[in-house]
Write a protein that binds this ligand. Structure first.
Ligand SMILES: Nc1nc2c(c(=O)[nH]1)N=C([C@H](O)[C@H](O)COP(=O)(O)OP(=O)(O)OP(=O)(O)O)CN2
Ligand SMILES: [Zn+2]
Length: 122
C-alpha cells in the first residue's frame, strides 16, 4: 500500500551533561549544542477536504512548542532527560507529540554542526 510521509523540522539550542560518565570525561562537564528535531507523520490516504496528510502548519506549531520547552535550557532538568542523549531526546519528543499525532512514525534528533543524529522509528 503506498503511503505518504510528511516531515517538519525545528531547531533548539540547549546545554546538557552526562552525570554517569567517568571523572575527567568531557561529557560529564556542562556543555551545549545546537540541535534539530524532525517529526514525520504517515498516512495511507489524504484528507479529502484538504488534499493533504495533515496541515504542516499544525505540525510545525506542535513541534516548535515542544522544542521551545527545551530551548536555551538545561536538558537534564526535564523528566526523561536525566541522561540527555540523542536517543532519549527522540523518546522525549515522541512522548510530547504522540497524543495529538497518531500517525507519528519517525523522530530524528541531530546535532548538524558535529554530524551526529539519531532516528527513532515508531
Ligand atoms: N550514542 C550517543 N553517544 C553520545 C551522545 C549521544 O547523544 N548518543 N552524546 C554525546 C555528547 O553529547 C557529546 O557532547 C557529543 O559531542 P562529541 O561527539 O564528542 O562532539 P564534540 O564536538 O563535543 O567533540 P569533538 O571531540 O570535537 O568531536 C557523546 N556520545
Ligand atoms: Zn553533548
Amino acid at each position: 500500500m503506498p503511503t505518504f510521509e510528511i516531515t517538519k523540522q525545528a531547531t533548539f539550542d540547549a546545554a546538557h551533561h552526562f552525570p554517569n560518565e567517568p571523572e575527567g570525561s568531557i561529557y560529564r562537564r556542562i556543555h551545549g549544542h545546537s540541535f534539530t528535531v524532525a517529526a514525520t507523520v504517515r498516512a495511507e490516504a489524504l484528507d479529502p477536504e484538504h488534499g493533504w496528510v495533515a496541515d504542516l502548519g499544525a505540525l510545525e506549531r506542535d513541534l516548535k512548542a515542544a522544542a521551545g520547552r527545551l530551548d536555551h535550557g538545561m536538558l537534564n532538568e526535564h523528566a526523561g532527560l536525566e541522561l540527555p542523549s540523542l536517543e532519549n531526546l527522540c523518546l522525549w519528543f515522541a512522548e510530547q507529540l504522540k497524543g495529538d499525532w497518531p500517525g507519528l512514525c519517525r523522530i530524528e534528533v541531530a546535532r548538524p554542526t558535529i554530524h551526529e543524529r539519531c532516528v527513532l522509528s515508531l
